[in-house]
Design a protein around this ligand. Structure first.
Ligand code: OGA
Ligand code: NI
Length: 335
């Protein structure tokens, strides 16, 4: 049976709404979460560029995830954005209902993530997501105030990270950015997870890899929920004050010929506090051609992936809808 495609989790008693309840084998086993491990935190206020590039590069190779502090985006701005978006999710549901759609080509939309479960249809995740495009960084930075100078850092942060990641791979500074194309698609998402009556029965976001290239995520302080796989175990990404979480997504794994890792992650819920996260995704344009960068290929490191257009990647992504997607795997080369 197909269940409804969207349902507001807020104020919905889980016991009366089986739409959110995962079968036992898909549930998070919260007692097995390993909280003694963590992803690294990198201080961007480091004038030794080689040292900084190497720290970031190591994090990308080993964990695919890290947090950044002293990133230049003003604290007040981050807090205001979190507050405004929280307010949006606390408006009466009718206000958000105008953004509901099942059409994935719509640019501004509210939706639930879900998993397709055999015999049960779509199982909704305990959360609500709002997404819309952001301006391409360059156009966007151009419109921001010159004063205070840090203001422009917001749009420039992605570029700075891409440049450090390029250097960490031993490439020209602008290499990754060039490969991702002149008109990247930058979109932002807001994930809102209301307190959940039973976090063991459902999930905020199912385990997934991000399909874009690079993700910078702002999460509210004091409430955890994001978890990543480290050495085969689920590990929480505890909020660090004034930090952004950065993660490698699929396109960077392919471009780096497997050196940088797009790592499996998920969001779990808790029964006390609502949680908000704001990921910003940097993705190639549909016509960008993605494949392992030539300078990273040699006899010892043959290409791990074929070249494809991002459009082909997205088609494969939509084809695998509802399940635990394995999109990269469809473009792997076997030697
Ligand atoms: C995502 C994601 C994690 C979170 O939106 O792709 O992984 O903490 N979000 O909401
Ligand atoms: Ni994600």
């Amino acid at each position: 049976m197909e269940t409804t495609p969207f349902q507001f989790a807020n104020n919905t008693p889980l016991s009366l709404s089986p739409n959110f309840i995962l079968p036992e084998e898909n549930r998070p086993i919260l007692s097995e979460v390993f909280s003694s491990a963590s992803i690294p935190t990198v201080d961007l206020n480091n004038h030794d560029i080689d040292d900084l590039a190497s720290k970031i590069s190591q994090a990308c190779e080993k964990y695919g995830f890290f947090q950044i502090i002293n990133h230049g985006v003003p604290k007040e701005l981050c807090q205001r954005v979190l507050a405004v978006v929280t307010e949006f999710f606390q408006l009466p549901p009718e206000e958000r209902a105008q953004f509901l759609t099942t059409d994935h080509s719509k640019l501004v939309k509210v939706f639930n993530y879900y998993q397709k479960v055999e015999g049960q249809g779509k199982v909704l995740m305990w959360g609500e997501t709002f997404t819309h495009p952001w301006h391409p960084t360059e156009d966007f930075t151009h419109f921001l105030p010159k004063n205070p100078p840090q203001y422009r850092e917001i749009g420039a942060l992605m570029d700075r990270l891409l440049s450090l990641m390029s250097q960490g791979l031993g490439l020209e500074k602008d290499c990754l950015k060039r490969k991702l194309g002149e008109r990247p698609a930058i979109y932002t998402q807001a994930n809102y997870y209301p307190p959940c009556p039973d976090p063991e029965l459902t999930m905020g976001l199912p385990a997934h890899n991000d399909i874009s290239a690079l993700v910078v995520l702002l999460q509210m302080e004091g409430v955890s929920g994001l978890q990543v796989v480290i050495d085969g175990k689920w590990v929480p990404v505890e909020p660090v004050p004034d930090a952004f979480v950065v993660n490698i997504a699929d396109q960077m794994q392919v471009l780096s010929n497997g050196r940088y890792k797009s790592v499996l992650h998920r969001a779990v819920t808790n029964n006390r506090l609502a949680r908000l996260s704001l990921p910003m995704f940097y993705a190639p344009n549909n016509d960008a051609v993605i494949g392992p960068i030539e300078d990273l290929i040699d006899e010892v490191h043959p290409p791990m992936y074929q070249n494809y257009s991002y459009k082909e990647y997205m088609d494969e992504f939509y084809r695998q809808e509802g399940a635990r997607r394995r999109v990269k795997e469809a473009f792997e080369l076997r030697h």
